[in-house]
Design a protein around this ligand. Structure first.
Ligand code: UD1
Length: 416
């Protein structure tokens, strides 16, 4: 099993280009099942999760071609299979996003319960609530879920929580339903807007994406389009924390700064200097990192996907900080790993109380989930000795070329 080794780093310096967003690429690739003409996607990040969803598309009968770097061509004219194989489903929760497109395109879809990061029970009740409201019959047995509908008819759907995946899945199911669908208390993440923009390019009629109320007027069919994936705000945030934790000076390129406002605000509170310039952000770390409190929330709040990375930063801050995780109920698995490296963290329900320490020390640790893996790389950059990170397949699921990018900034990080 591969491991990533991280040596204690000098302050990181230089420029790093952010890749396309994983959480945009995955739903957009799933949505490519809806079009009957060629679709070209640009700036698709090179990630294990992208490979998996492309395998899912191929298994359903779509033609998927990897063209130049970051460019994928998909043709879904002849999709003929409505069942997603268990092996692929169990690898990645986002595979569940093909259900909405298949339901509306083929009138039926069957899959096993989704896998992915073990950061909570992660139910799918809201996805199913939406499908039912559109007229689908849902059949759950022996770990399989089927959804069937001769015709889908638009309806008004209220989400009890603004779930990203449920908003996307319902939006994709509704694009070819008869009449109008309104999703209330919809997720407002930039990735939802990217998906809606893509679907509209294919010929859909979606308004209000990015607000809490999305209106979808059903159309008869969708065609093709060329679309560039938005930059990954979580990868950008991770590199910004890398600058902060190593007291470095990094210019992060290819970012949409309005997408990372909470990360910018919290890094400034922690004492970093941040300069925004078009699609670039320069982060200069502070000599002393101030302790700041964080509460994760749906967008535009502080992203849960940046919680673990900030916890690494707070582990070496001057003072005590409290991090409250409100989105997932079990997203503190990195805490035990950080404690092995000398961090002083106590968990109380959904809160973590972090007492900053002067230094961390290397230890063999495990990437318990994707963002936890990133947090351990960041902690490794400021730990005495060489940190050995296992279970790195989690990191490969979501970070495009992480070693190369950090190495270019002056760190010593390699795979064994
Ligand atoms: C997406 C992101 C993930 C991010 C998360 C929250 C992708 C591929 N993944 O995951 O990186 O951490 O948004 O920003 O885009 N919930 C329900 N019922 C449902 C669905 C969700 O109760 O039917 C709950 C979940 O258990 C969780 C919360 O809603 O507590 C948020 O989950 P959701 O927004 O759906 O996250 P994902 O779409 O899985």
């Amino acid at each position: 099993m591969n491991k990533i080794m991280v040596e204690k780093s000098p302050p990181l310096r230089g420029n790093v280009r952010i890749s396309g967003a994983k959480n945009s690429a995955l739903p957009i690739l799933a949505a490519s099942l809806l079009g009957t003409e060629d679709i070209i996607l640009e700036d698709v990040p090179k990630l294990k999760d992208v490979e998996v969803i492309c395998e899912v598309l191929s298994s359903l009968g779509a033609k998927v071609e990897f063209l130049d770097k970051g460019i994928i061509k998909i043709n879904s004219k002849d999709i003929n299979n409505y069942e997603t194989p268990y092996e692929l489903m169990s690898k990645m929760r986002a595979s569940f996003l093909v259900m909405g497109p298949l339901l509306t395109r083929l009138g039926k879809t069957k899959t096993s319960l989704p896998g992915g990061c073990a950061i909570g029970t992660r139910p799918i009740d809201l996805h199913l609530k939406g499908f039912r409201a559109l007229g689908a019959e849902i059949d759950v047995d022996h770990g399989n879920i089927g959804a069937y509908a001769d015709r889908l008819v638009g309806d008004r759907i209220y989400l009890d929580f603004p779930s990203v995946g449920a908003t996307e899945n319902i939006m994709m199911a509704a694009v070819m339903a008869e009449g109008e669908t309104i999703i209330d208390n919809a997720a407002m993440e930039p990735e939802i807007v990217d998906l809606a923009n893509f679907l509209n390019k294919l010929g859909a009629d979606i308004k209000g994406a990015g607000t809490s109320s999305i209106r979808i007027k059903g159309v008869k069919e969708l065609g093709g389009a060329t679309h560039s994936i938005i930059p990954d705000r979580i990868e950008a945030g991770t590199f910004m924390v890398a600058a902060a934790i190593t007291k470095g000076d990094i210019v992060v390129e290819n970012v949409i700064t309005s997408h990372i406002k909470p990360v910018i605000a919290k890094l400034r509170e922690a004492g970093c200097q941040i300069y925004e310039n078009g699609d670039k952000v320069r982060v200069i770390g502070a000599d002393e990192i101030k302790a700041v409190d964080i509460k994760t929330l749906p967008y535009p709040g502080f992203p849960t996907d940046m919680q673990a990375q900030f916890m690494s930063l707070m582990s070496v801050s001057q003072g005590t900080s409290v991090i409250i995780e409100t989105v997932f109920e079990n997203r503190f698995m990195h805490v035990d790993e950080l404690k092995r490296m000398g961090a002083d963290i106590k968990i109380d329900g959904r809160s973590a109380i972090i007492q900053g320490v002067d230094s961390l020390m290397s230890a063999p640790v495990k990437a318990t989930d994707l963002r936890a893996g990133a947090a351990l790389v960041l902690a490794g950059l400021v730990s005495d000795g060489v940190t050995e990170i296992g279970d790195i397949y989690h990191i490969d699921r979501g970070y495009d070329n992480i070693e190369e990018k950090i190495t270019k900034l002056g760190a010593k990080i390699y795979r064994v």
